[in-house]
Every structure is written in C-alpha cells, then in structure tokens.
Design a binder for this molecule. Structure first.
Ligand SMILES: C[S@@+](CC[C@H](N)C(=O)[O-])C[C@H]1O[C@@H](n2cnc3c(N)ncnc32)[C@H](O)[C@@H]1O
Length: 273
C-alpha cells in the first residue's frame, strides 16, 4: 500500500508478489510511466519485456487497452494462466519473442510500454529505429525502470562496488535516454525524468520481496539516491521520420572470376585476347 500509487494499491499484495519477475514492483513502475502517457480504450499496446505479465494485466484493467504481453525469459504459458485468472484473456495476449526479432506488423501498435526491461536491448543505437517501425506514426513509446540519477564517469563509486556487476553498464540516466532517443531522429521525446524518492521505493520493495538480498539493500541504503533510482522516458514516433527498413537479406548473384592476376604475357593474352 502506498498513497503514491493509488491504482496499484487496489491490487492484492499476494497477487503482485506471485508475479514477481524482476527486482522492481512492475505495477508501481507501470503506474508512474502511464501518468506520462495517454492510453485509452481499445488501443493496441505492446508490453515489451513484460516478465510474468502483471503489468500487462494492469494496463488492460486500468486503461481498457489490448495488450500483447511479450517476453523472452519467462514462459508464456504461466503468463496465460495469470491473464486468464484476471479475466483478461480476451484482451491480453502472451507472446514469446526476442525484442530484437519481433513478430508484429509495421505500424500495428498505438503504444509500447516497457517496464524494467528496455536496458537489456534498447541501448543499441539503432534499436529505437527498429522498434518505432511497429508503432503507428505519432504513437507512443514509454519505458521505466532502474537507472542512474546521473551518468557515472570514472570508476564505480566505492559504496556501490560490492553490488556492481559488469551488466550494470546498461543503467543510464533520464538525460542519457533523452539524448539517446533524440539523436535517433525517429521520435520526439516528451518526458525523460526520474522518480522522486525512487530509491526509497526500490529499497522498500527489495525489503518486501528479497529481504536476504543484503548486498543490494546495503548499496541502496548507502547511496541514498545519489546515483540509483528509477528513470522513465516517453517519446512519440515522428510522423515525418523515414525509418530504415530492417535488412534481413541482400540478394546477390554469383559471377565466376579468376582468383589471381595473370603472371605471364600468355596469361594476359588468354584473358584479354
Ligand atoms: C528485470 S525483468 C522485468 C520483468 C517485468 N517487466 C517486471 O518489471 O517485473 C527483465 C525482463 O526483460 C526481458 N527481456 C530481456 N531481454 C529481452 C529480449 N531481448 N527480448 C524480450 N524480453 C527481454 C526478460 O525476459 C525479463 O522478463
């Protein structure tokens, strides 16, 4: 229960816990992200990296949108059971797919929502161009998740060293995401910011779901929001942007040619007459 998240607070804590698929409360992040988006009945939403699908159920129930609950690591079968029990099977569809190889038609979605997942693939300079293809012109792309309050230039701060792993190089600040997306030229960034007291919610949730994860709890406690917290970014696909088509094959025809230059006059004569 948290006054900051009135929508989430209506959901049963056991239901939220039973769908945990990462280190964050996906409903808190989905609620915060959607405060900066515009979702309405019947819209088609891609929930990218939805884990076990709690955010997909939330998006459908809160905004009456249709959701393609897409994830790589977690089983779509378990997700389907959760969706069915939540009475959302007519509007939330579990898909097993890699975010880098999505099985959707161009322009299909009104919006993409990605909760605590985008960092695993979206830092690629070309990824927004790829993803924007699946969103209609003017459609929204929103991400929220763990991130940095500002970029860390130089060595990892000492108080974070015990927790830090090489994979955390994918954590970035809101300003970083704004620049990253701006320079792609395919989307206009409406919002890029960090959650007020995000580190406190991160810490509170860790204590609730993983009280033995002392390394992370210690890092967050020592940091006190200087570096760690939650970031979000929302952009709209520019209607005027020409997207690069994905290249899946380049057709070529083999033409046989001599491998080496001829070394004798006769050879030259053979070749050129
Ligand atoms: C930290 S979990 C977050 C899951 C869920 N959104 C949540 O907040 O509980 C990261 C998720 O990103 C997904 N993910 C990572 N790489 C992916 C990829 N290449 N394609 C699709 N999903 C991916 C994983 O399957 C995983 O469920």
């Amino acid at each position: 229960m948290s006054e900051r998240f009135p929508r989430t607070s209506r959901y049963h804590p056991d239901w939220i816990r039973s769908s945990v698929s990462g280190g964050a409360n996906s409903l808190w992040l989905a609620e915060w992200l959607t405060e900066a988006m515009s979702l309405g009945p019947g819209m088609r939403v891609l929930d990218l990296g939805c884990g076990r699908g709690a955010s997909s159920v939330f998006l459908h129930r809160e905004f009456d949108v249709q959701v393609w609950a897409t994830d790589l690591w977690f089983s779509p079968d378990e997700r389907m059971e959760r969706i069915r029990d939540a009475g959302a099977e007519h509007a939330a569809f579990p898909i097993h797919a890699d975010a880098r190889s999505l099985p959707f038609a161009a322009g299909f979605f009104d919006a993409v929502v990605s909760i605590d997942s985008f960092v695993y693939y979206g830092t690629d300079d070309l990824y927004l161009n790829y993803l924007a293809r699946f969103v209609r012109p003017g459609g929204q792309i929103g991400i929220a998740g763990a991130g940095l309050m500002q970029e860390i230039d130089g060595p990892t701060p000492e108080h974070l060293a015990a927790w830090w792993e090489p994979g955390m190089a994918n954590l970035h600040s809101a300003q970083w995401w704004r620049r990253h997306w701006d320079r792609s030229g395919v989307a206009h960034v409406d919002v890029a910011d960090s959650m007020t007291d995000g580190w406190k919610y991160w810490l509170e949730w860790q204590r609730a779901i993983a009280p033995d994860n002392q390394v992370e709890i210690d890092a967050l406690t020592a940091d006190r929001g200087r570096h760690l917290g939650y970031v979000r970014a929302v952009a709209r696909r520019r209607p005027d942007a020409a997207l690069d088509e994905p290249i899946s094959s380049v057709p070529v025809t083999y033409v046989k040619r001599p491998l080496y230059r001829p070394r004798t006059r006769a050879g030259v004569a053979d070749l050129y007459g």
